[in-house]
Design a protein around this ligand. Structure first.
Ligand code: GLV
Length: 329
């Protein structure tokens, strides 16, 4: 009986109750240890699978796909998919899917949490207080920068960027945005288009939320940071590599930027130790979408994507639609 069931590999620990429900329909192999998998281990676990639930840390590339002849779907439990070689997936007839939209609000909240925390020096203030340094009230203690009434620059006005922009209204902020291509007015929601350089120079604070690719590698480097105001906060909730971390550390250290709020890093989780020594960097460990509701919605959408493909239905969040016409029988 079990030999006839389709096989599903799950690369990391995700809500056990959802995975247990999958066991009723598939032969499921999960990763109870929850340790990140090496390329060899990934190939071993996906080698005889029909479908895989993977996360952003799993590299899905041509050598892996060549070692997985039965694979029909790679369902990424993330909206970002720079871990997946889409061309290779299409060449191997493998549908790739992601989890858009369900994480927009939680991720936008986190961008604002980082912006507020960095602007008001919350991390530094808490470290100072916990260290027992609060001996008396001081008029000029730990002064921050304001958000209310200022200009917010959003680099990447997509689904999450628009959720970030909506929140700016509560702070009476004017919103500027930069995308590779200017949006239709109905999608701008009142945000004003700028070139990247103009946005960086004009915005009081900047949030970066573009997908990572070769085209966005080090989009914000030393030259771009130098264009920003010295009172500005830079928030990166996009992907490590969109910002040049070494250049950012140098700018923060020199006070050329007021502060940064960062959820993603180059080479994470082994981030540049230079960040740890900076009082004006608020750091979180890639958790922007991590609320119970949102992570559950992401897992459910990823499972729906996976099950649809395995049942021959077009999944709701297909990343390589061209595979659908010539998918495996
Ligand atoms: C998280 O980084 C995601 O891409 O969903």
């Amino acid at each position: 009986m079990s030999e006839t069931r389709l096989r599903v590999a799950v690369t990391r620990r995700i809500f056990p109750e959802l995975i247990d429900a999958l066991r009723a329909r598939y032969d499921v192999r999960d990763n109870q240890d929850d340790l990140p998998l090496s390329a060899d281990e990934l190939a071993r676990r996906l080698g005889d699978a029909d479908g895989a639930l993977v996360t952003g840390g799993d590299r899905i590339d041509a050598p892996l796909l060549a070692a997985c002849p039965r694979l029909k779907v790679v369902s990424n439990i993330a909206v970002g998919f720079n871990n997946i070689d889409l061309t290779a997936c299409t060449e191997h007839g493998v549908a790739a899917t992601n989890t858009p939209d369900v994480l927009n609000e939680a991720t936008a909240d986190h961008a604002w949490a980082l912006l507020l925390a960095a602007a008001r020096r919350l991390g530094e203030a808490e470290r100072w207080l916990r260290a027992g340094r609060w001996k008396r009230w001081e008029f000029e203690a730990l002064m921050g920068v304001e958000l209310f009434g200022k200009t917010l620059g959003i680099v990447g006005l997509g689904r999450i960027g628009r959720a970030i922009a909506r929140r700016a209204a509560g702070f009476s902020m004017r919103v500027l945005y930069h995308n590779r291509t200017r949006l239709a007015p109905e999608l701008e929601g009142g945000a004003e288009y700028r070139t990247l350089d103009a946005l960086l120079a004009e915005a009081d604070h900047v949030i970066v939320v573009v997908p990572y690719s070769a085209a966005t590698h080090h989009l914000i480097g030393a030259r771009e940071l130098a264009l920003m105001k010295p009172t500005a906060v830079l928030v990166n909730i996009a992907r490590g590599g969109v910002v040049d971390d070494a250049a950012l550390i140098a700018a923060l250290r020199a006070g050329r930027l007021f502060a940064a709020g960062l959820d993603v890093f180059e080479n994470e989780p082994a981030l540049d130790p230079g960040f740890l020594a900076l009082e004006n960097a608020v750091l979180s460990p890639h958790i922007a979408s991590s609320t119970r509701e949102t992570r559950a919605a992401m897992a459910q959408l990823a499972i729906r994507n996976l099950e649809d493909v395995l049942a021959g239905r077009r999944p709701p969040a297909l990343l390589n639609p061209e595979v659908w016409e010539r998918r495996r029988a």
